[in-house]
Design a protein around this ligand. Sequence first.
Ligand code: ADP
Ligand code: MG
Length: 700
Amino acid sequence: MNPDEDDSREELLPRLEQQIRFVPGIGPHRAQLLQALGVETVRDLLWLVPRDLIDLTHLSGVNDLTDDRIHTVRGQIVDTDAKAISRGRTLTSAILRTETGLIRGNWFNQPWMLRQLEMNRDCLWTGKPKFRDQRWEIGHPRIQWLDLDEDNSPGKILVRYRLTEGLTQDALRKHVGQVLDYVAGNVADHLPIRLLEHYRLPRLEEAIRNLHQPSSVEAFQAARRRLVFDEQLDFQVGLQLRRRIRRTREKSPVIHVTPQIDARIRLLFPFELTRGQEQAISDVVTDLESSNPMHRLLQADVGAGKTVIAIYAMLAAVAAGYQAVMMAPTELLARQHWETMHELLLHSRVRRCLFTGNLKASERAQLVEQIRTGEMQLICGTQAVIQQDLQYHQLGLAVIDEQHKFGVVQRSRFDSAETTPHVLVMTATPIPRSLCLTQYGDLDLTLMTEQPPGRQPVITSLLLNDKSRHKAWEFITAKLREGRQAYVVCPYINSDNPDAPAGALQVYESLSQNELQDFRVAVLHGQLDRGTQHEIMARFREREIDVLVATTVLEVGVDVPNATMMVIEDAQQFGMSQLHQLRGRIGRGAFRGYCFLMSSSTNEDSLERLRAIERYASGFDVAEADFALRGPGNILGTEQHGSQPFRVTRFDRDEAILKETSRAAERMVEKGTIDEPDFAPLKLRVIERFGNQLDLTRTG
Ligand code: ADP
Ligand code: MG
């Protein structure tokens, strides 16, 4: 690149968007180091939220301590000690020497703390002091270690960043300072004053400065809140604009559900609907009867009976003369839905098909033609149903199962130029509230928390040693003798090494010869051909098999009410929602379900996840716990990364801001404030950032 181009670039771009290497004092070498932190532009650097604050402005001396609030003291550790106290508990303690006297710190049941207590290094302790035995002590103080260059900053608040090789805290602080000077007086605020005042937000420039050189802890927090607010507001306004486009420009067919149609559909179900199902049907029918496209998310726990809602809605669409399609994320799930529907519709004339990627070319061509002419009324399939060449005749409704496995974008693929179908999204993996707001902010929500009558929550136990495992098998074999059945789930089909996680084949061998020698045991996995798999499942359903040792082929699609027990081997190998799905297979009938999680893991994180599964029976609670333990990225899965434009939001902490911005965006778009002149920079920015992703550009 020649220098002239650089200059013109510099004139055209606002300073925030400049490449970092052009900032005076930084240069190409430093810029390269910063790249490792994901920093390319001035904005990238300024939006790096410090991971920690060192507050040297409010230090207490020993004589200032009181037991009614949190204090911070500064000193060096001069002595440590660890001992066992009553009933297996441990006590670790340390003595901190400060300029004004000694203070003791205590940690109960945290023996690993001892290794972390460095002697004679400057540090801060923060916590609530207590005066005991003529001395001040603090229980479980938070420790912050000070670096040498931080010794000499009395009366200041220092920020600390996540670092990369070759960069020190001090160097990074210096570069941020240079960049702050570079943009000073040049940061345009895209939010109008009245909005800032209403939500008590600092101006952008002030926020950026206080994020890195805070005048107080409160100023830092306000600064961070402003950046999270911005980030979320952009996205929420984007979602709301998209919703408005749909409302005003797109029309869906009005699908009337007459009492006759309603009665005819209900006759298909061999049970009374639950109150939750009635409510969901009523929500859906209200949506279908309007020409505003339905965009509804149905959230319910495993086994709550979502399929009933899907089938009801699809048949209502078909009865009104439209096509209906259901999309599932895997072939297995699609097939399961297909079988359920097919069975219910055995005596019905509705023309229906299963449409997946596995069709023979001739079959596929025929179905494509029948779908195009409208002869095919009800279609159940995988993502194959949104392939480009597939044209619907008059698509009235699309049901998307397990939406979280698809991206936000895929949802809109059903929309063709002339018609917009109603869309019902279903998820069996409840989504944490805060994520729900960001991913599904433009959807109406129906929650079905109730389970069909007679279901009892599955009792789950985590078994970590041989003794408890032995007891579990005694329990299981007793129940088998009473006529119940069981599943044993293994992470792998085959495992060649006794230390590796369990293989179904080995577990099958071992159980057949030992614990289960008196019972009929079979093994099921994905490498058996389809015919054999079906045959084994059929025999299990007919109670010709007592125990089925299997891989996660069981995760979906098995519904055997007499199977009331499940053993999950090496449970730490599975994700939390997967474990919850798995145990959703048992306790479906009149008998109570028991799930045994076997693990020999010593990894604290793994054990914590398993304990959460043991503790929570509801998928909603499991989802919240999973989220708290793992954060949002993993839950959304890789496919969503393109639509995860969040770099400052911490989903575990920022729920209040998410709610605030979601409401703000809704009101702004509903009242039309977003179209007023002082909101233009915000609107422009939203369209620039999310226009393509959210399909906002179609407004013209
Ligand atoms: P999910 O919400 O996990 O998709 P399903 O729709 O697969 O749940 O339903 C789980 C089981 O509950 C199925 O066997 C279904 O037939 C049964 N079921 C659904 N609704 C009811 C009901 N109202 N009463 C009794 N059983 C029901
Ligand atoms: Mg389901």
